[in-house]
Ligand binder design. Structure first.
Ligand code: AMP
Ligand code: MG
Length: 398
């Protein structure tokens, strides 16, 4: 049997970063920037008003007060977006709105609240200081400055900055395109009627969601019966569009193991990994496309995704810390674990007390417990009994 780490290395070796692409900025949230962004212009791009009020020469209103207002004729009205160049003459004021360009010669903005708000002759009731309420060109960003480095994750604020600099497209590491295939003649799509002996398909929607949550793109998530030809047809139809194929089911030791039967003679190696759940695994390439085959039990499938796929997928998309946060927690109960296998149990971690309680039985079909868990407990191969009060490593899924 392979160790968890050995199979992790095999899977990670298959998943490669795609070359950068240029995408419209609106499609880049969460992606990794693949270029340094050097500001092509300054922010603000021109001196402008920080308030609604009056542009003046500060010295003209330096002596203004509530008792002795300064009266100035208002000779221009400058809303935001006015583009013609204006010059302020001494002894006059221009009415100006927030974000409007400051007229040449103006050195201060008097907020409308400190005036009578007039449009003919304004009465200024507070002393003006040079520079007040003026946003100076370049005070935020100077043209030529590197404002975002290649490798950062694009957050809403980063997109705002790039847009403010006029960038309509960004060079990014694109999403990994993943084909999810679930197999099993017993499977029926949710929403359809169920016959005796059939079950609802749950791996495809679950793994597709996990892939999207990890930043990937799902090419398709088709389901096939345990029929080798149907499986190969479906794979052939979609594989060309995918950077990675993930299958579930059909890889254990039974008689109708469609994934093994369809891919075993080719470039996919089927193996056992010393872990519970998730022992039967496979990995390789079909026609050059990486294929990772996960077991069919839903808990095994999702735990396998966590253990083998999530980290390399995120790393391939440039995520700097692709791993789940790990913690060490105090166990609230006695647990047993199979010797020689790494056990991943579902659990609930209480950050207040630092305690973790395992959730549900270790069996690989108990989805309900997985759905309510906020962590995975990782119990090493050489541990078979863990008494209450022991320390255990957990993966924070929250
Ligand atoms: P297999 O690995 O194909 O032998 O499947 C193992 C168990 O998981 C069986 O009980 C299957 O019915 C179940 N199973 C396999 N694939 C799925 C799926 N996509 N959705 C729900 N259960 C599944
Ligand atoms: Mg099956």
């Amino acid at each position: 049997m392979r160790t968890v780490e050995e199979h992790q290395r095999v899977v990670a070796g298959l998943i490669e970063r795609r070359p950068p692409v240029r995408l419209p900025i609106s499609e880049t949230l969460g992606l990794t920037l693949a270029e340094d962004i050097v500001a092509p212009l300054s922010l603000p791009g021109f001196d402008n008003s920080a308030m609604d009020g009056y542009a003046v020469m500060a010295e003209d209103a330096a002596g203004a007060s509530e008792d002795r207002p300064v009266l100035l004729p208002v000779v221009e009205d400058i809303p935001a977006g006015r583009t013609d160049p204006l010059v302020l003459q001494p002894g006059t004021a221009h009415r100006i709105m927030t974000g409007a360009p400051l007229p040449r010669g103006a050195t201060a903005v008097v907020p409308v609240e400190a005036t009578n708000a007039a449009t003919d002759t304004v009465a200024i009731r507070a002393a003006a200081r040079p520079g007040q309420h003026v946003r100076t060109a370049g005070e935020d960003v100077t043209a030529g400055t590197t404002v975002l480095r290649s490798g950062v994750a694009l957050t809403p604020a980063a997109l705002g900055l790039a847009a403010a600099l006029g960038l309509g497209e960004l060079s990014v590491i694109p999403r990994h395109r993943v084909l999810v295939m679930s197999t099993g003649t017993e499977l029926v799509a949710p929403g359809m009627p169920l016959q005796p002996g059939q079950i609802y398909e749950s791996n495809a929607v679950m793994l597709a969601a996990a892939i999207r949550e990890a930043g990937g793109e799902v090419v398709a998530s088709p389901m096939t019966g345990d029929d080798v030809d149907a499986f190969r047809d479906t794979l052939g139809r979609y594989a060309g569009e995918a950077d990675l194929v993930i299958t579930t089911g059909g890889v254990s030791a039974g008689a109708y193991e469609v994934v093994k039967d369809a891919l075993g003679a080719g470039g996919v190696e089927f193996t056992k990994v010393a872990m519970q759940p998730g022992m039967p695994q496979g990995a390789g390439r079909v026609g050059g496309t990486p294929v990772v085959t996960l077991p069919g039990n839903p808990v095994s499938a999702l735990v396998s995704f966590e253990v083998f796929l999530r980290v390399p997928l995120r790393a391939a998309m440039g995520v700097v810390q692709p791993e789940r946060p790990r913690r060490n927690a105090v166990l609230t109960e006695d647990l047993t674990s199979p010797r020689g296998k790494r056990q991943f149990r579902r659990g609930v971690f209480d950050p207040g007390t630092g305690e973790v309680t395992s959730y549900g039985p270790p069996a690989s079909h108990h989805l309900r417990w997985l759905a309510s868990a906020n962590c995975l407990l990782e119990i090493p191969e050489d541990v078979s009994e863990l008494p209450a009060g022991s320390r255990v490593d957990i993966w924070d899924l929250s």
